[in-house]
Design a binder for this molecule. Sequence first.
Ligand code: FMN
Length: 329
Amino acid sequence: MNFFLKIFKLLPPELAHSISLNCLNIFYKLKILRLFFSKEDHDEKVTFLGMKFNNRLGTAAGLDKNGDYIDSLGALGFGFLEVGTVTPLPQSGNTKPRIFRNYDENSIVNRLGFNNKGVDYLVNNLKKRKYKGILGINIGANKNSNGADRINDYIVCLQKVSQYADYVTINISSPNTPNLRDLHNSENLSLLINAINKNVKDLGIVKPIFLKISPDESEETIDNIIKHIENSCFSGIIATNTTIDKSNVKNEKIKSIEGGLSGELLMEKSTRKLSYIRSISSEMPLIGVGGIFTKQDFDRKINAGASLVQVYTGFIVKGPDIINEILSS
Ligand SMILES: Cc1cc2nc3c(=O)[nH]c(=O)nc-3n(C[C@H](O)[C@H](O)[C@H](O)COP(=O)(O)O)c2cc1C
């Protein structure tokens, strides 16, 4: 496995990403996944908001944006998967290069900009999946949608994906779609939540809905978000997405790159946000994400108030072995 990881590190990030996940699909289809990755039985079943999980560790959004790898990722031993972010229309995202690896500091900067094949492509994959575990679907807005159109993008995606999802994530926290993070502000959030409330009611959607937030918001904004969520159809919060704050990055080249920082350098910040939410709202259902590399990191998120934990950068850096490493007691 280490041999493969070393080869992939020499390739451009997006090429490495697609080759490694396509290999995973091939191994899965040939039924030889076990030759490469051992799957230990982690019997840590947990029920959360009525959903039954095999364990508390899942993939974070962005790893499988279009649902192309659901069955093979699901076979690795994750307790749940989150696919997306998907938008109503396909879009190519920002120009390349747009992913920058910072291996010395176990982190990544990305400015992908919601590149995805559109919600209809994802739905087609969702219909074909064999994976029976818990699946979250993360939805967003197209880059060129503004105002009411932007809110309508979430509604279009919600309507199309909800029947195939165990839970839905409303992503307002990507730093790479211009002005998307404005949706954290009270007035904008209120418009978004009201529109989602109405549609959830009209369509009779009974699936849990999460709001995925940025780690860069003030405590005042978080207080306000909590109030909005407590008075809505939303079930909980996913904390957090990537940060635009690169003050703790040592590598000067990476520090100056525009985009969202993930991985080890995000751990402190995202966990502090999680703890803060828990200190304000003792009952808020929380999913923790940001900087998970070890079992200790995982335990810190749980101790900070998360019921479930997601990983992205740690999986890219360490490969599938990270699952057994985190879940073995
Ligand atoms: C290359 C890349 C792409 C991402 N794409 C998305 C995305 O489409 N939607 C989303 O909600 N988060 C996305 N994220 C953020 C992750 O889901 C996660 O919140 C963040 O990376 C922190 O977790 P980590 O430190 O384990 O990577 C992306 C992260 C990376 C590194």
